[in-house]
Design a protein around this ligand. Structure first.
Ligand code: GTP
Ligand code: MG
Length: 296
C-alpha cells in the first residue's frame, strides 16, 4: 500500500478547489468566480484499489493573500502551514509569475522548503499555446519545481495524468481513511459551505466576503433533515442586500442551497435561514473561534 498527503496551494481564485473536485470526480469544495472562497482546509481522499493500492489525501487550502483582517491571517496560515506537513505541494497558478506579486511571494516561500513541489498551470483552456509556453518557461527557470503540468481543472484536461504522476511520489504507508470515503469533512460543515457558496453566487462586491454561516440546529429525522442556519454579516446595509426586495434574494439562496444539500444528504431538507449583523466578526477572536475559523 502506498499513501501520501498532497496540499493544493496558490493565490485566490486560481482554481484550487475546482482541481480538488476534478481529482475526486465529486464536488466536495465550494467554488466561485470570486477570490477567497475557501476559508478552511478541505480534505479530499483519492483511493485506488489493488493491485496498485494507493491513497492520496489532498488538502485544498484558502488562497494565499496579504491578510486584511484576522480571518485573512487565519486563511493564509491554513495554507502556508501545510508546507512542512505534507509529502507533496501542488502550487496552482493561472498566469505569469511577474503579473502579480502574490505568485512571486509564494514561489519564494516554496523555494525554502524541502517538500517536493509540483507546479500546476491551470485554466489552459483560456490560453494560447504561446501564452502557456511563456508561463511554463518562466517557472521552469526558477528551478524550484520537480515537475510542471498544464491542466484545465474545469474541463478535466490532463487531470488524470497529474494524478498518475502524484501516485509515483506516494511512499509505502497505511491507508489513512477507509476506501470509498471521499472526504472526512462532516456533513454539517459541507451544508454550511453550500449555503456560503450560494451567497457568493447571488451577491456581489464586498457583501459575500463579510458573510459567515453558522448552523444553529441540525435535526435528522427518518426522511427529513431540518437545518436552521444563521448568516452573519458585518453591516446593516448588507443585511438588507442579502434579504433583498420582498425577501427574494434570501429565498433564492435558500432554495438553491436546499436543492444541493438534499442531493448531498440523499433526504429531503427543510432549511431555515436567518440573517444577523455582527460587526467586525472578521477581527474578533471569539467570533472567529465560534464560527470555526480558529485552530484546525
Ligand atoms: N476557464 C477555466 N476556469 C476555471 C478553471 N478552473 C477553475 N476555474 C474557475 O475559476 C474560478 C475560481 O475557482 P476556484 O476553484 O473557486 O478557485 P480557488 O483557487 O479555490 O479560489 P479560493 O478558494 O478563493 O482561493 C471559478 O469560477 C472556476 O470555475 C479552468 O481550468 N478553466
Ligand atoms: Mg478554493
Amino acid at each position: 500500500m502506498k499513501s501520501g498527503f498532497v496540499s493544493i496551494i496558490g493565490r485566490p481564485n486560481v482554481g484550487k478547489s475546482t482541481l480538488l473536485n476534478a481529482i475526486l470526480g465529486e464536488k466536495i469544495a465550494i467554488t466561485a468566480d470570486k477570490p477567497q472562497t475557501t476559508r478552511n482546509r478541505i480534505r479530499g481522499i483519492y483511493s485506488e484499489p489493488e493491485p496498485d493500492a494507493c491513497q492520496l489525501v489532498f488538502i485544498d487550502t484558502p488562497g494565499i493573500a496579504r491578510p486584511r483582517n484576522k480571518l485573512g491571517a487565519y486563511m493564509t496560515d491554513q495554507a502556508m502551514s501545510t508546507f512542512g506537513e505534507v509529502d507533496i505541494i501542488l502550487f496552482v497558478v493561472d498566469e505569469k509569475l511577474g503579473d502579480r506579486g502574490g505568485d512571486n511571494f509564494i514561489a519564494g516561500r516554496l523555494s525554502g522548503t524541502d517538500t517536493p513541489k509540483i507546479l500546476v498551470i491551470n485554466k489552459m483552456d483560456t490560453m494560447t499555446p504561446d501564452e502557456y509556453k511563456s508561463i511554463f518557461d518562466e517557472y521552469e527557470r526558477t528551478g524550484v519545481f520537480a515537475e510542471i503540468f498544464g491542466i484545465s481543472a474545469l474541463k478535466g484536461d490532463n487531470v488524470p495524468l497529474l494524478v498518475e504522476t502524484l501516485k509515483g511520489y506516494a511512499e509505502d504507508g497505511p491507508a489513512y481513511f477507509p476506501a470509498g470515503m471521499v472526504t472526512d469533512m462532516p456533513e454539517r460543515f459541507l451544508a454550511g459551505e453550500i449555503i456560503r457558496e450560494k451567497m457568493l453566487h447571488y451577491l456581489r462586491d464586498e457583501v459575500p466576503h463579510g458573510v459567515a454561516v453558522e448552523l444553529e440546529s441540525y435535526e435528522e429525522k427518518p426522511n427529513l433533515t431540518k437545518i436552521s442556519a444563521v448568516i452573519y454579516t458585518e453591516k446593516k446595509s448588507h443585511k438588507g442586500i442579502i434579504i433583498g426586495k420582498d425577501g427574494h434574494t434570501l429565498k433564492g439562496i435558500g432554495k438553491s442551497a436546499r436543492t444541493e444539500i438534499e442531493a448531498l444528504l440523499g433526504v429531503r431538507v427543510f432549511l431555515e435561514l436567518w440573517v444577523k449583523v455582527k460587526e467586525n466578526w472578521r477581527d474578533s477572536d471569539r467570533l472567529l473561534s465560534s464560527l470555526g475559523y480558529r485552530g484546525d
